[in-house]
Design a protein around this ligand. Structure first.
Ligand SMILES: [Zn+2]
Length: 199
């Protein structure tokens, strides 16, 4: 009990809520109106959670994958994004959609805000496409341009990419599409990295 009280007390800074394109935040989405959800619901997921109880969404446990217990409502839960550290709401309606429509297991949790989730999804799509192109023995001009663009995009977004691969891509661009923007960008990046090494 003490620990949960402490959890609310820790939330002293003002909320910096990420907007969700589909769901509206509670009318009084203030820190002062947060409650410990474990007091309002028997749902084990809410044991450590704080949120708002003004817009409960009825749960239908018969629609949930391998649900061994029953609970009556979903509530809007306050979370902090793992990536950008901003506050976001894991909306009651969103939870219902995840667990009852998408049939995600109840253990699934929203750890990133909607913006960071989208960014992460785009990055993993870019990675997949990059791997496909990188695995090809020969590439047309357009494909090579796409490969270099994907590499640079992933690099610039802070993904761990190998400088040796950059050197190889730069070499291919210089031979095959020397006039392209990506060739110039790859060259600049390649030089920057090699300067850093010499320093
Ligand atoms: Zn975020």
């Amino acid at each position: 009990m003490h620990r949960r009280k402490h959890r609310i007390a820790q939330l002293t800074r003002p909320l910096d809520l990420v907007k969700h394109p589909l769901y509206r935040e509670p009318a009084d989405a203030l820190r002062e109106t947060l409650v410990e959800l474990s007091r309002s619901s028997g749902f084990w997921k809410y044991a450590q959670a704080v949120g708002w109880i003004d817009a409960p969404v009825p749960a239908d446990p018969s629609q949930i994958n391998r649900c061994m217990f029953s609970f009556a409502y979903y509530y809007d839960v306050l979370k902090q994004c793992r990536d950008c550290q901003r506050d976001f709401i894991f909306y009651a309606k969103e939870q219902k959609y995840w667990f009852e429509t998408l049939k995600l297991p109840l253990e699934a949790d929203a750890v990133r805000c909607v913006g960071c989730r989208r960014r992460k999804r785009k990055q993993s799509q870019a990675h997949q496409r990059y791997s496909v192109l990188a695995g090809k023995a020969s590439l047309g001009d357009q494909e090579l341009e796409e490969l270099a663009g994907l590499f640079l995009g992933l690099w610039n977004s802070g993904q761990r990419m190998s400088p040796q691969k950059l050197a190889a891509i730069y070499g291919r661009c210089r031979r095959q599409i020397p006039e392209s923007d990506v060739a110039r960008e790859a060259e600049t990046l390649h030089r920057e990295i090699n300067c850093e090494k010499e320093d």
